[in-house]
Design a protein around this ligand. Structure first.
Ligand code: AMP
Length: 299
């Protein structure tokens, strides 16, 4: 399966990606983890990325896309992957579409884990990660029995440098402005499905497994996608995938009743942008206030 996990910081993407990775034996590709490893190893890429990460801003698309191109060339990604924390904005999503279209392996599912903002803040401030095995804990909701040691392997638990209140505020603002529009982007491609992410990890995981299995079942017997190649000579455009007689998901039927079978044409850019703005505003009126609350403006 080729999956993108969407959701705000703290929505549980990392935890759920690990569970999916074990279940389906495909790699979790977390750009956040790759970047943190580069920072820790003090590579040139890590040094370039560090300032943006510390400030809760996005690292440049150029760096992130180079990392993704390299990671996708590893043999373990040949049978699928779960992107966690990537793409983070529309240009990254378009570049990913173009990259996957070239190898004729388009995304099959964009899974949005929906969590309210107040809960996100609590999750982020309480989050602890095992340095050795990556197991995640939360001092408020799911603490380790061994306090600052991992229940599973005894490793040391770490509080991420960017999980402090000021950086969290920035990360949530960046999410709303740049990443949330991807929900509509993938809805327009009829591959978006949404799962409520407020329940226990096991319950969220069960809901996600069901969606993934449903999607996998529909993929079987689906005709191979014909891929429109980007125009030569001009600026590279994201290749659009024309899927004949693809079964539409519940989400797609609900969200876009007119686009039953396929994403034949991308919507004209202007219209899409207007729609996206309206949707973000409508979907999260409380969010803005809460984000402001989380990180009050300095005078
Ligand atoms: P995460 O672990 O996904 O929350 O990412 C931690 C930080 O890494 C983010 O706040 C960004 O600074 C950076 N980062 C991770 N993924 C991306 C991405 N796809 N594009 C740009 N920056 C990213």
């Amino acid at each position: 399966m080729r999956i993108v996990l969407l959701g705000a910081p703290g929505s549980g993407k990392g935890t759920q990606a690990k569970l999916l990775s074990r279940q389906f034996n495909i790699p979790q590709i977390s750009t956040g983890d790759l970047l943190r490893a580069a920072v820790l190893a003090d590579t040139q890429l890590g040094r370039l990325a560090k300032a943006a990460m510390d400030a809760g801003q996005l690292v440049s698309d150029e760096i992130v896309l180079a990392m993704i191109r390299d990671r996708l060339s590893h043999s373990d990604a040949a049978n699928g992957f779960i992107f966690d924390g990537f793409p983070r904005n529309i240009p990254q999503a378009q570049a990913l579409d173009a990259l996957l279209a070239r190898i004729q392996k388009p995304l099959q599912l964009a899974l949005f884990i929906d969590v309210e903002l107040d809960i996100l803040i609590q999750r982020l401030t309480g989050r602890r990660t095992c340095e050795s095995c990556g197991q995640m804990f939360n001092i408020y909701t799911s603490p380790s029995r061994l306090e600052d040691r991992c229940d599973r392997c005894g490793g040391h638990l770490r509080h991420r440098a960017d999980d402090n209140e000021e950086t969290i505020g920035n990360r949530l603002r960046v999410y709303e402005a740049q990443t949330a529009p991807l929900i509509d982007y993938y809805r327009e491609q009829s591959i978006l499905r949404t799962v409520q992410g407020i329940a226990e990890i096991e319950q969220v995981s069960a809901a996600i497994m069901k969606v993934v299995k449903d999607t996998a079942a529909r993929e079987i017997g689906k005709p191979q996608p014909a891929v429109e190649q980007p125009k030569q000579g001009g600026k590279e455009q994201p290749a659009r995938v024309v899927v004949k007689a693809a079964a539409s998901s519940t989400e797609a039927r609900k969200a876009a009743p007119k686009k039953k079978a396929a994403v034949k044409k991308a919507a004209p850019k202007k219209k899409a942008a207007v729609k996206k703005k309206a949707a973000v505003k409508k979907a999260a009126p409380k969010k803005k206030a809460a984000v402001k609350k989380a990180a009050p403006k300095r005078r």
